[in-house]
Design a protein around this ligand. Structure first.
Ligand code: BG6
Ligand code: MG
Length: 224
């Protein structure tokens, strides 16, 4: 049996709060303006992916990848972000997903380190609005990483910043690309959501409500 883990590294959008939905709504608004259809199923491909890479995926989906200059693409990405920023203005601590606050408190009490690995440039704003900044020993956001998930860089940076080796970390993700990033970082992965998209995680939980110290300690300690 393994020793106890030393840190939990959280994804933000779709794990701590339901901003995955706001990203979807903002992309949908932009893609409708471009005449490109976007549904929830396709949106799974965008979860965990950086803003510019998401735009490229959407444009390719509509076969419009060669229709815009780099400057125009940047303007499109800025427009999507403006829609998104409008939506996140409403965020308050009430928007924490079920069980997250209790779980953060439990981890703090047990002196387990807490970090965030997010591909969003809005990560600090959202975390602030949720009122949970004080729980995080370190936050890595998109501003400081070169490669988007599924690359493990963002998780590895978070582990390094809190001085915990990756094998002693648990990563929590709602995105398929995020689960791959956790795996490739050499961490234990918990997927939150659908087994169909997150089947490659070490464990899949349907809801954040199921996250508690006892459960994840058992899962981690009995894993290989
Ligand atoms: C990730 C989301 O957390 O951040 C993606 O899962 C999003 O959907 C990405 O595209 C980038 O976010 P932002 O806020 O920098 O546009
Ligand atoms: Mg996410």
């Amino acid at each position: 049996m393994k020793n106890k883990f030393e840190a939990v590294i959280f994804d933000l959008d779709g794990v701590i709060t339901d901003t995955a939905e706001y990203h979807y709504l903002a992309w949908k608004q932009l893609s409708e303006e471009l005449g490109i259809p976007l549904d929830r199923e396709f949106n799974e491909k965008l979860k965990g992916i950086s803003r510019m890479e998401s735009l490229e995926i959407i444009l390719a989906h509509g076969d419009r990848q060669n229709d815009f200059t780099q400057q125009e693409k940047e303007e499109l990405a800025t427009k999507k972000n403006a829609y998104y920023v409008e939506l996140i203005k409403q965020i308050t601590p009430d928007d924490l997903l079920p069980g997250i606050l209790a779980f953060l408190k439990e981890l703090k009490e047990a002196q387990i380190k807490i970090a965030m690995a997010s591909m969003s440039k809005n990560a600090f704003t959202v975390t602030n609005s949720l009122g949970v900044m004080e729980y995080f020993d370190h936050i890595v956001d998109a501003a400081t990483v070169a490669k988007s998930k599924p690359d493990p860089e963002v998780f590895l940076k978070a582990a390094e910043a809190i001085s915990v080796s990756p094998e002693n970390c648990i990563g929590i993700e709602d995105a398929a690309a995020g689960v791959t990033a956790i795996h490739d970082a050499g961490m234990y992965s918990i997927g939150i959501g659908d087994e169909k998209t997150l089947g490659h995680a070490n464990t899949v939980l349907q809801s954040t409500e199921q996250l508690d110290l006892k459960t994840i300690t058992q899962l981690y300690q009995t894993s290989k």
